[in-house]
Design a protein around this ligand. Structure first.
Ligand code: NCD
Length: 525
């Protein structure tokens, strides 16, 4: 059983289990107490030669400086602040090459990375271990210090720790309002999983439509059993009676907004800015939090609040130091847990998307179409029910996409659009003497789910399968994440193949940046 956290990475908050997160919060609580009592803190310090690399490719004050100070707490560690402006990133070196090299400079390395590209730590965690094993070095740890609009797991850790402090470490229940730019704010995206440490969760999302939480995150919260309510503005929120005692504000992320949203900046900002006359409507003992920075001209938590008891954000920011010390203690091997800490991989049932269907009359499918002019085939494959129920244009487009991606354009085949018995149109491709491999059927399921594959032998349908969207789609070169800031997007030249996981709403979530796609959007053709 593994009890240490060496080699573990934190790309998203979910990379730590709830038990592991609670372990971290308890250790941070102990560290703070010992520090207050002026007790010896050496048991929290990393003992071995560890290189801590701090790599910030986007601006930062709190996250970077609290990490620098937290790293200095670990006196045996070598702290390296990577100067990206003067690095070979400017000579078009890839992330993988850069971090491979840095891994060679210490017995063990912890990388703390903030980047505009989403999913960077996940990619590096997967790729750099090959370099490490080539050189007999342990796999390094990667810590995401904020990747684009995706996640900010170490901010999540300090936020949850601060909420627990407010609740005297009782994790039975939290009622929290998330206010501001929920669309682009990575700190609120991390809340979707981070709030799981509470047994009962109520979340109020307070944001105008243009800045509301992406729908796949809302569904995820509901699936986790959170009670979710949506409000358009603070004003609207205050008009009802069930107000949270934890208010979490986020900045309008102007640098990530498109022109259309930027035009409305002032109106949007007003709806999530706290005004003086709201004060009398606040519940008792409410605390305001904010990952900071706040805008110096138009802050959503104005400075008149600083000296009031609602100010929770200052203590929150200081907690960044304590919680990051503990995260480094864990990943640097100084703290062991009393439970198994080996990385758990999620098990996905790969088989449920190809289901054998009954064959009513072995000749029926072939002959019906034959009657309308397509030659019945003796041996081969018939793909049927393509884009059934859609417009003929859409069906034609899907047929062409299947032909292109499965490279059917240079084989003897026929296709067509038919009206089926129920009056709906459907597409059809008949492929004499072609037998699809498992991989091709999987590909087809991701291009055109809810289609039927008939295997024809000696003029009869011998096998029939209904295919639906696979639970995980990977390993095809033509796949592409539509998010230009995703580390896998071809624009970023990192040469990685993207993969997608299907969620309960049949959306395909990029495994790196977690952007939601329809099955039509995942193909680069
Ligand atoms: C946040 C960030 O950079 O994601 N700040 C932080 O890390 N404390 C929030 C923000 O930039 O709005």
């Amino acid at each position: 059983m593994k009890n240490d956290f060496l080699g573990r990475s934190l790309s998203v908050i979910n990379d730590l289990t709830v038990d592991e997160q609670i372990f971290l919060y308890k250790q941070a609580q102990r560290l703070k107490e010992k520090w207050k009592n002026k007790e010896d803190l050496s048991k929290f310090q990393i003992k071995t030669d560890t290189g801590i690399y701090i790599v910030f490719l986007e601006p930062s004050t709190r996250t970077k400086e609290s990490f620098v100070n937290a790293a200095k707490f670990h006196k045996n560690a070598k702290i390296n602040i990577f100067e990206s402006e003067h690095s070979s990133f400017n000579k078009k070196e890839s992330y993988v090459d850069t971090f491979n090299m840095l891994t060679g400079y210490s017995d063990y390395s912890i990388f703390i990375i903030r980047s505009k590209l989403e999913g960077t730590c996940k990619l590096l965690d997967e790729k750099v271990s090959d370099f490490a094993s080539r050189h007999n070095l342990p796999s390094p740890s990667f810590i995401n210090a904020g990747d684009g609009k995706h996640e900010h797991p170490t901010q999540e850790i300090l936020d949850e720790f601060t909420f627990l402090e407010q609740m005297n470490f009782n994790n039975d229940y939290i009622h929290i309002a998330l206010i501001g730019d929920l669309l682009h704010g990575r700190t609120v995206h991390s809340k979707v999983d981070g709030l799981r440490i509470f047994k009962n969760v109520e979340v109020d999302l307070v944001a105008p439509n243009e800045l509301q939480m992406p729908t796949h995150y809302i569904s995820k919260m509901k699936q986790k059993g959170y009670n979710v309510r949506i409000f358009n503005s603070i004003e609207e929120y205050l008009k009802q009676n069930k107000k949270a005692k934890v208010w979490y504000f986020t900045r309008l992320q102007l640098e990530r907004m498109g022109e259309d949203v930027l035009e409305k900046e002032h109106i949007l900002r007003k709806s999530v800015t706290f005004a003086k006359d709201f004060l009398s409507l606040l519940p008792q003992d409410v605390k305001f939090y904010h990952p900071l920075p706040r805008h110096k001209t138009f802050p959503t938590i104005p400075t008149f609040l600083d000296s009031l008891p609602v100010n929770g954000w200052e203590k929150q920011a200081i907690n960044g130091y304590w919680t990051r010390i503990i995260l480094l203690s864990m990943f640097g091997g100084a703290l062991n847990a009393p439970f198994d800490t080996s990385k758990k991989s999620i098990k996905i049932n790969e088989e449920d998307f190809v289901v054998a269907a009954p064959i009513k009359d072995g000749r029926k499918g072939v002959l019906t179409e034959g009657k309308r002019g397509i030659k019945p085939i003796e041996n081969g494959t018939v793909i049927d029910h393509i884009a059934k129920g859609h417009s003929p244009e859409k069906i034609y487009e899907t047929i062409m996409k299947i032909r292109k991606i499965l490279m059917f354009y240079n084989i003897d085949s026929a296709d067509g659009i038919f009206k089926s018995a129920d009056g709906n149109y459907k597409g059809y491709i008949s492929l004499p003497d072609v037998h699809l491999s498992k991989k091709q059927i999987k590909k087809l399921s991701a291009i055109s789910p809810n289609t039927t594959v008939n295997i024809i032998k000696n003029g009869r349908v011998k096998e029939k399968y209904r295919i639906s969207l696979p639970p995980i789609i990977y390993g095809f070169e033509e796949l592409m994440c539509k998010n230009e800031n995703c580390i896998t997007n071809p624009k970023n030249d990192e040469n990685v193949h993207v993969s997608f996981i299907r969620n309960e709403d049949n959306q395909l979530i990029c495994e790196y940046c977690e952007t939601a796609h329809t099955f039509e959007e995942i193909w680069s053709l």
